[in-house]
Design a protein around this ligand. Structure first.
Ligand SMILES: [Zn+2]
Length: 418
């Protein structure tokens, strides 16, 4: 652009949220299911990163990739006190289009809105894209922000494997990123004054309140446990029932026990991923690997719930003559978002004529991980059905645009004149 104004900004043709969304929508989408398969360090992930980098460049933002593979696009002066916004672009298997992507697209659209108003930040505004938030490929959710905050050991992270046995280190290298330097980044964290992540609502609290945008109160403690049931493979047609050591039976009764425990303790417990070996129709499986996702309003309840499920799994394993090993893969304690920041955001939104109910959530987020290190907050955009982690996940365009306006107002306040 040759016609830059004296302030160094280039007048841009206004880009609407809808334009951004149209571009992003097709990347990593499965034709058959309509769901997204944007797994970290795969070609779909690279396409998302390229899209973001191109959009940031269009807005004269300086993009860098940190040692952990997170993207940071800088707007305004470089220096301390950065106001960070953004989310993630990876997805769960056959996930919805809004989870993560909405926060990234909204951040870009918010910059456009502020540019149109001729607002120029007094402190840096940084648009962040965190890596492997869903943990869909390597099993640990919020891996990019956990590494950044020092909540995961780099050696342990490098050795994480996907379902094909590819390590994180190998996958990063294959995508052109050096895994040798992953790990905590204190200087980057010290330079952040606030983090505001906008996210599609996962649940249905805003619709009955007739509000397009809400503000997060906190995140339930949650974790993932891997259960390995090991029995003995056998012939489905000849092995007598009494002689079998069938890990599928032990697994099946554990699933039912998890549901019972969750109901009894008012918690949530889900087995959403299971791998049977050798996975043959006419074979008693030799092993069943399953992943438990458990969440609860407080840590004591979560612990009781998981202990109950574990005891049930041990009991049924014994009854079926199979062995069981249980390993915790990740754990996130209760997160309370910064109250001062939340009040300030609600004040800004009220001044802009928006009501913003305060909501708790059972879903983990990068902002939840980083809340332990920097003042953090979240904005939620109404999800009319509440469905998430599914191709049916949805938010109306008008609500997404309301989210963009809310985020822009918040950034203007946080990065504007003190
Ligand atoms: Zn998300």
């Amino acid at each position: 652009m040759s016609n830059a104004d004296p302030g160094g900004r280039s007048p841009k043709a206004p880009t609407t949220f809808a334009d951004l969304w149209r571009e992003l929508e097709s990347i990593g989408r499965d034709q058959l299911t309509g769901g997204y398969r944007r797994y970290s360090w795969t070609p779909a992930d690279t396409a998302c990163r390229t899209w973001f980098t191109r959009q940031a460049a269009k807005r004269d933002l300086a993009v860098e990739t940190d040692h952990n593979g997170n993207l940071w696009a800088w707007w305004g002066p470089r220096g301390p006190g950065a106001v960070v916004t953004g989310s993630h672009l990876d997805s769960v298997p056959d996930g919805g289009g809004f989870d993560g992507a909405l926060g990234v697209a909204a951040a870009l659209a918010a910059v456009d809105l502020l540019n149109e108003k001729a607002f120029y930040p007094e402190r840096p505004v940084v648009l962040a894209v965190f890596t492997e938030e869903e943990g869909a490929r390597f099993g640990v959710s919020c891996l990019g922000s956990r590494l950044l905050a020092g909540a995961v050991q780099p050696d342990a992270a490098r050795a994480l494997t996907d379902d094909q046995g590819v390590t994180l280190a190998e996958a990063m290298r294959a995508a052109g990123h050096d895994p040798a330097r992953i790990g905590p980044d204190e200087r980057r964290l010290e330079g952040i004054s606030a983090l505001v992540e906008l996210h599609v609502e996962q649940g249905r609290a805003l619709a009955p309140l007739d509000a397009a945008v809400g503000v997060a109160e906190g995140i339930w403690p949650h974790g993932r446990w891997r259960l390995d049931f090991t029995g003995r493979a056998d012939h489905a047609g000849t092995a007598q029932l009494a002689d079998r050591r069938d890990p599928m039976l032990a697994y099946a009764s554990t699933v039912l026990a998890a549901r019972q425990a969750a109901t009894a303790h008012r918690a949530l417990a889900t087995f959403g991923k299971v791998i049977a070996e050798p996975n043959g129709t006419n074979a008693v499986p030799s092993a069943v690997r399953a992943w438990l996702d458990a969440r609860a309003p407080d840590e004591a309840v979560l612990e009781t719930t998981v202990t109950t499920i574990r005891s049930a799994a041990e009991k049924s394993a014994r009854e079926q003559g199979v062995t069981l090993s249980v390993r915790q893969e990740s754990y996130t304690p209760l997160v309370r978002f910064d109250e001062k920041l939340r009040d300030r955001i609600r004040g800004v939104l009220a001044a802009a004529g928006m009501t913003s109910p305060v909501l708790p959530t059972g879903a983990g987020h990068d902002a939840g991980i980083l809340a332990a290190r920097v003042p953090a907050a979240m904005l939620f955009v109404r999800n009319p059905t509440g469905i998430s982690h599914s191709p049916a996940e949805h938010a109306d365009l008008a609500d997404c645009e309301a989210g963009v306006r809310a985020l822009a107002a918040v950034l203007e306040d946080l990065a504007g004149p003190a």
